[in-house]
Design a binder for this molecule. Sequence first.
Ligand SMILES: Cc1cc2nc3c(=O)[nH]c(=O)nc-3n(C[C@H](O)[C@H](O)[C@H](O)COP(=O)(O)OP(=O)(O)OC[C@H]3O[C@@H](n4cnc5c(N)ncnc54)[C@H](O)[C@@H]3O)c2cc1C
Length: 413
Amino acid sequence: MNKKRVAIIGAGIIGVTTAYELAQKGFDVTVFDKNQTCSEESSFANGGVISPGYITPWASPSIFKRLLKEQFSKHASILLRAPHFETLRWLSQSIKASKSERYWRHRQVLQKLALMTQTRLKELTQSLGLDLEQSQGFNIIYRSERHFEWAKSALPYLSDLGVAFQIMDQEALLTKEPALESQTPMVGAIHLPDDQVINCRQFALSLRDEAEKIGVHFEFKSVIDALSPDNPLRLVVNGKPQFFDHVVVCAGMGSLPLLKPLALNLPMTAVYGYSMTAIIKEPLDAPKCGIMDEKYKVTIVRQGNRVRIGGIMEFGGDPKTHNPKAIKTLYKVLEDWFPKATDMGQQIQVWKGARAMLPKGSPIIGATPHSGLWLNLGHGSSGWATSCGSAQVLAGLMSHEISSSEWSELALT
Ligand SMILES: Cc1cc2nc3c(=O)[nH]c(=O)nc-3n(C[C@H](O)[C@H](O)[C@H](O)COP(=O)(O)OP(=O)(O)OC[C@H]3O[C@@H](n4cnc5c(N)ncnc54)[C@H](O)[C@@H]3O)c2cc1C
């Protein structure tokens, strides 16, 4: 029997993991990307955090207050740069989605995907013998009593999911992260022993090689034109048409122009974030694994011999212009917690990436009204943590092994 031909648009972490899972299910897969290789856009220099214990939709019940307050703070985690009407509309949809009951539903679905990802990553790294930069354990540090109390009130929910955690004071945390600056005030921390930091791009490149071994074709430097509503399974690749049985759009922010003619309901916006990466000066002065500073929503992680500081939600703005306020916040958080991890005078790689974010904070995974056209997009802040799980869900739906009712929260509405 002829294998069904599938085209995947986008070779970020979502496209690569989707390609691998679909090939495992017996599809004949071709991945197209406009760049020279995979993981060149949002999956390039992210924080690498896979934390089922921490993962949350960005729109939490306190988000509106936080957003307003932070506009007047010297160091902020949320920056609003000359927002136009579309951004404000998106923010108002997001605030609606942050209402408690909806927030918990979205959080639960993200957690399920992250747990699936964790399990699948373990299987793949072991069975394929992948050698990845990774470290074990993740710590969320609280500077405010109020935030700490709120986080603690949610812990029974982690127990229900089987996620291990420990509440820690500063002394206990220092046994996990001995290089942490003890002079910086904190009220407590939550230690997540099973959560991890793994280099996302390194995994994407390794999995691309493994996918090729099982028959996936990657066509780089291939720009796909906007899909046609008459036949979205006819792709125009670098100006030439090609036909497929299925098309899966995993194109991050590039999905919007691709899908525009189809008029689907995709209220996705680019929320920019930054990371700074530098060589570790002395390993004993650097994080062993990773921390999240809950006040500034900034992560500091170890990736091999480098330290990476990541975070900031910037609305408006553009991909090329770096906002000095964002960079200052990242430096502040690094100085506060690991001041000796790196030599600030050396070359520091600053990266700005776009999180393709939906107001609800969880992605869209599944079918569209156009037969054969599928979506796996809108992964926002946690595309790496949910990548393998999302790919498994999509491959399960496409091969009719799972029903869409099991994952209705992820459906296109
Ligand atoms: C600062 C920052 C830190 C982050 N930290 C974390 C973290 O710690 N943990 C976590 O889970 N997530 C994190 N994220 C989020 C995560 O990086 C993203 O959710 C994830 O990378 C999205 O992957 P993707 O494959 O959907 O998109 P992308 O990686 O952007 O891939 C989309 C691909 O589609 C291609 N494409 C688009 N349009 C076309 C077209 N017309 N033709 C051909 N190709 C096209 C692009 O070239 C691109 O390669 C972070 C994000 C940022 C910005």
